[in-house]
Design a protein around this ligand. Structure first.
Ligand code: KG4
Length: 389
């Protein structure tokens, strides 16, 4: 029997990606073009993102097909991210996918970006978790911090949102605090690397749970959301403010401004910590109290994520845990999650690092059960920036 190939396309934020995946598991290619223009702005500029996608989409898809050694005629379906994401960015991927599906006479499959992140794990862990349901999925990235109870339902999946952030996403908190301390963008990987050189003061930021516990405040309920079930919402903006206040109280301001200026002049604000030379140069600008502050912040975020995830897993009787999204690359999060899972005797899985950030392989993987079930998109498919899962 002919095995089925899906071309996945992802353009929801600042990555243009195309990938060919065989039957939701075997990645034949996964091409990701990361947009570099945004580093100069310290965040993603939507208009620039759309233009970059438009420039990249054809070469990226061509490269993905070439690397996989296939042509359009070999494909069984084309899958694309429908949302959530930036409207103009999504529009590029969707328009391309619709045209390609039409020209190649193949079905079009719409995929929720968040479901994609979950499948970034399942595409590798599916065998390990073959009979395991429900799963508790934490999707944690620059734009999202969500907890889902994922149940297998006749070959496909049903998701129930049991927690989300009431303000900033965890990755956003990492990036904002990094910026506050004069670090390059995106700051998450820098914070992760520098936190290893500091010692966390666990009593410094104890209040990340407080907002919800004390005031009982949860995210405003959305239509269709479960009333009765206990929710496990997150809050990270108070933590960010506490870090700012800490830098003020300890008069770190002028030092931070000097540091940012110095890194900018030496072109280090556009570097990644994986560049050893850049890392050494940036690291040399940080004194021990600041490294300790970074470690304390990261510890507070990780503790918050881990506590809510395992509390929700217990509440809903989850049989395993999956963690995905850009922040799932964080080393302390991986270690703490893994250790806690061991104690709780719950299997846990993360995506390989390359599949933790935005990519099209996860979109093609999430589309596979939909292809089997015959769940195809309408010809009128359009972006849904606030799409829920
Ligand atoms: O999933 P992703 O590529 O994009 C979207 O958010 O859409 O995630 C990027 C986010 C950024 O906020 C980045 O700072 C964060 O993931 N991130 C990390 C790490 N690697 C990436 N945060 C903490 N530690 C890391 N190692």
């Amino acid at each position: 029997v002919h095995s089925k190939l899906i071309l996945g396309i992802e353009s929801s934020c600042d990555e243009t990606s195309a990938s060919v995946v065989r039957e939701g598991r075997e990645v034949l290619s996964n091409v990701v073009a990361s947009q570099l223009v945004h580093v100069n702005y310290g965040g993603v500029v939507p208009e620039l993102a759309s233009r970059e996608h438009l420039r990249a989409i054809v070469p990226v898809v061509r490269e993905a097909l070439q690397q996989a050694g296939v042509s359009y005629a070999d494909l069984d379906a084309i899958a694309v991210t429908e949302g959530p994401g930036l409207a103009g960015a999504l529009l590029v991927g969707i328009t391309y996918a619709k045209a390609a599906a039409f020209a190649a006479d193949r079905p079009l499959i719409a995929v929720n970006h968040l479901e994609g992140h979950i499948h970034a794990v399942l595409m590798e862990a599916n065998e390990q978790f073959a009979a395991v349901s429900p799963l508790l999925a934490l999707v944690v990235s620059g734009g999202h911090t969500h907890l889902y109870l994922a149940e297998r339902l006749e070959g496909t999946w049903r998701y129930r949102n049991v927690g989300r952030t009431v303000d900033d996403a965890a990755g956003e908190a990492f990036d904002k605090v990094a910026k506050l301390l004069g670090l390059p963008y995106p700051g998450g990987p820098w914070m992760d690397a520098l936190a290893k050189l500091g010692t966390a003061d666990r009593s410094l930021f104890p209040f990340t749970q407080i907002k919800q516990k004390v005031t009982g405040k949860s995210a405003p309920k959305l239509a269709g959301e479960d009333d009765d079930a206990q929710r496990f919402d997150f809050s990270f903006s108070g933590l960010k403010t506490a870090v700012r206040r800490y830098t003020e109280v300890h008069h770190m301001g002028s030092r931070i401004a000097e540091r940012e200026q110095s890194l900018r002049e030496r072109g280090l604000l556009t570097q990644k910590p994986s560049n050893a030379e850049a890392f050494a140069a940036v690291r040399a600008e940080f004194d021990q109290p600041t490294l300790d502050l970074i470690a304390s912040f990261q510890n507070a975020v990780v503790k918050n994520l881990v506590r809510h995830t395992f509390a929700a897993a217990e509440e809903f009787g989850a049989k395993a845990i999956v963690v995905s999204g850009g922040v799932s690359a964080n080393s302390e999060l991986r270690t703490t999650m893994t250790n806690t899972a061991q104690v709780s005797k719950l299997p846990i899985a993360f995506p390989q690092i390359a599949l933790s950030t935005d990519n099209a392989a996860m979109i093609a993987a999430a589309a596979w059960p939909k292809l089997v079930a015959g769940h195809f998109a309408e010809d009128t498919l359009e972006p849904t920036p606030q799409l829920r899962l």
